[in-house]
Structures are given as structure tokens and as C-alpha cells.
Design a protein around this ligand. Structure first.
Ligand code: SAM
Length: 334
């Protein structure tokens, strides 16, 4: 098959892809109310990309201009061999910006290795500092393990951010605790709007907490200065209270989209390419990659053509009244 003479991934709206989010597993040790319900089944092992296949696909993306990779899931640390995989990626792509998203429950013992590997950053998902609420949200009594991981990352000076899904009636009363954490630690706390992803989560307009309302609530507790709008999903703010300063981010994918500057692709653990979080169209790359007469050159063609048709996801969100995607986040990778 002829190689398309292309060295970067651009779409028909002029957006250039630089960022790949790769889900290393759909499995997770938590059952967060906004992400999964207790009923779903996991993808069988043979349908999950092998690490060598993921390395090939990352290599392809890098050859097409991707310079940032986020490894997510499910929970990346539940997949055996994850750290060895990271090590191989780091060796092969020393300049690639590699980040992780994790629930933090299994992260603590890996911190020194992550630090040694030069992992660029971790996004840690934490929606509450209250043990009972943690169990109510995640289905597991594992808050102490998460707090221990955070402590270890702080000690090792491994950069991390906290992602909080804002939910009215569930964790809104803890806003001052998160603000205090941001004021007392060199860690950005980012509030994310609850997205109506997939059926069967607890999403409702009553629980949904709009970004603007979160910001207004934060302003009641401290001074909030807008820092910059980089076109990135998170708008950044400086928090000031007395002589303390901290950093906060706000991600409003529901009320204030960032489709115009979206530079990302998602690859599910089964090897399906999603060019937009809100779009259910998936390009099944695994079968093509494993096909003896197709393989990586064919995957490359599909990738280039799929990106050309990357949609403006906000339009899909506007059209739908209920859940926007048929898959929940653990299956896509967030
Ligand atoms: N297990 C890892 C973790 O907990 O960070 C990675 C996977 S998780 C699907 C990635 C991110 O998606 C988490 O920060 C989680 O809070 C977020 N997430 C999941 N479902 C969401 C939803 N419906 N709305 C907003 N964020 C969601």
C-alpha cells in the first residue's frame, strides 16, 4: 500500500493533532458513580491491545507529529507489566511528554520508579477527602491509600494535579477542603464538570455542577485571579488567601466547549480510535494491525483519513438530550 505523503495529522477544520490519550486497560479497581455501574463486563484479554502493539501505535503517532501521550484507563496500574511498558516507551521516545491519569490507589509503590523514568506528570482523580464519601463515590474504602500516594509524590517531587469531578449534593460541600489543599501544597486542583457519558451513570441535571457556579463558589472562599487562556481544556486561576497562594483549574466540557482547539485523539484498550470524546464513531485499528497483509501501513492510512473527519463534538452534545456517548469513561479513558 502506498504511503500517504503526510508528516502530521491535521483535520478539515485546520486542527493539528499533537496529543494521544491511550487507555491501557478498561479494567478498574473502583466503581465510581459517574464512570461505571456494577453491571458492565470487561473486554476479554485477547481483545485488548498487547503492549508491543501499543508501542507500535505510539511510534506511528509520534512519526505523525504527536508529542504528548497520556496513559489512562480503566486504572493503568491494574494491568500487569504497566511500569515495564512505561520504561520501554521512555527508552524509545526520550523526548515524548508522557503523563498518566490514575485513581491513586495503587500508585504509591510506583512513585520512585515513575520519578526515575522522568514521567512528566500525573493527574490523580480524587473527588473527596472524606473516607465515607470516598466509599460512597467509588464503592471502595481506599482513601488512605490515595492520600499515601499523594504524600509520596509530594515527597518525591513528582509533579501531579488533582482532578475533581464536581457533583452537587455529593462533594460540593468539600470545596473549601480542596481550596485549602491547593493553598497549602504545590499542586493544582482542577474541577471538572460531570459529563453525561454513557447510560447508567448517576448523571442528572440536579447533580451537574456548572463550571461558572463552581467558580462563583470558590470566590466566596478566597481571591481568584484568572491566569491565562491557552486554549487548553483547563482554564487556570491563582488562588490567594492571606499570605498563601495556590493554583486551580476549571474544565467545563459541557457548558463551555474547547472543540476549536482540540488537538487530541483517543485510543481505547481494544485498539479503537476515537477522534472525539463525544462521537461514538470508532475506527477498529487492532484487527487491521494484526492482519498479516495490512498491518501498520494500513493503520497509518486509516489514522490520517480518520483525523480528516474529526468532528466538532460540541454539536453532537447539543443534539443529544440524555447521555452523549454509548460508552462510559472507563471504556474510553476519560
Ligand atoms: N482510573 C483512572 C482515574 O481514575 O483517573 C483513569 C481513568 S478515569 C476514566 C479518567 C478521568 O475521567 C478521571 O479523572 C475521572 O474522574 C474522569 N471521569 C470519568 N467519568 C467522568 C464523567 N462522567 N464526567 C467527568 N469526568 C469523568
Amino acid at each position: 500500500m502506498d504511503a500517504l505523503p503526510v508528516s502530521s495529522l491535521s483535520d478539515s477544520l485546520g486542527r493539528t493533532i499533537r496529543y494521544l490519550r491511550l487507555s491501557v486497560t478498561d479494567r478498574c479497581n473502583l466503581q465510581c458513580v459517574y464512570c461505571r455501574d456494577g453491571l458492565e463486563t470487561f473486554v476479554p484479554h485477547e481483545s485488548i491491545l498487547r503492549y508491543e502493539e501499543m508501542e507500535q501505535l505510539v511510534g506511528l503517532a509520534v512519526s505523525l507529529g504527536v508529542n504528548k501521550l497520556r496513559l489512562t484507563g480503566g486504572e493503568p496500574f491494574v494491568r500487569r507489566g504497566f511500569l515495564d511498558f512505561l520504561e520501554r516507551l521512555r527508552d524509545r521516545y526520550p523526548t515524548l511528554d508522557i503523563r498518566l491519569t490514575s485513581n491513586g490507589t495503587l500508585l504509591g509503590p510506583a512513585v520512585s520508579r515513575l520519578k526515575a523514568l522522568g514521567i512528566n506528570g500525573v493527574n490523580l482523580s480524587l473527588d473527596t477527602f472524606d473516607r465515607k464519601t470516598f466509599e460512597r463515590i467509588t464503592g471502595k474504602d481506599l482513601l488512605p491509600q490515595v492520600l499515601e500516594s499523594m504524600h509520596t509524590m509530594l515527597q518525591a517531587e513528582l509533579p501531579f494535579k488533582i482532578n475533581v469531578v464536581g457533583m452537587q449534593g455529593i462533594n460540593d460541600s468539600e470545596l473549601p477542603v480542596f481550596i485549602d489543599y491547593a493553598l497549602n501544597n504545590p499542586v493544582e486542583v482542577r474541577f471538572i464538570e460531570f459529563m453525561p457519558m454513557g447510560e447508567g451513570t448517576c448523571w442528572s441535571s440536579r447533580i451537574f455542577w456548572k463550571g461558572e457556579a463552581i467558580l462563583a463558589a470558590v470566590r466566596k472562599h478566597c481571591q481568584v485571579d484568572f491566569l491565562k487562556d491557552t486554549g487548553a481544556p483547563a482554564r487556570s486561576y491563582r488562588l490567594v488567601k492571606g499570605d498563601r497562594q495556590g493554583k486551580m483549574g476549571l474544565i467545563s466540557p459541557v457548558s463551555q466547549h474547547f472543540c476549536a482547539s482540540c488537538n487530541r485523539l483517543r485510543l481505547t484498550a481494544e485498539g479503537s480510535l476515537r477522534t472525539c470524546l463525544y462521537d461514538d464513531r470508532e475506527y477498529r485499528l487492532r484487527e487491521v494491525l494484526r492482519h498479516p497483509r495490512l498491518g501498520l501501513p494500513a493503520v497509518r492510512r486509516i489514522l490520517i483519513l480518520a483525523v480528516l473527519h474529526k468532528p466538532f463534538g460540541w454539536r453532537l452534545l447539543e443534539k443529544r438530550l440524555g447521555a452523549v456517548a454509548s460508552r462510559r469513561m472507563h471504556a474510553i479513558g476519560g
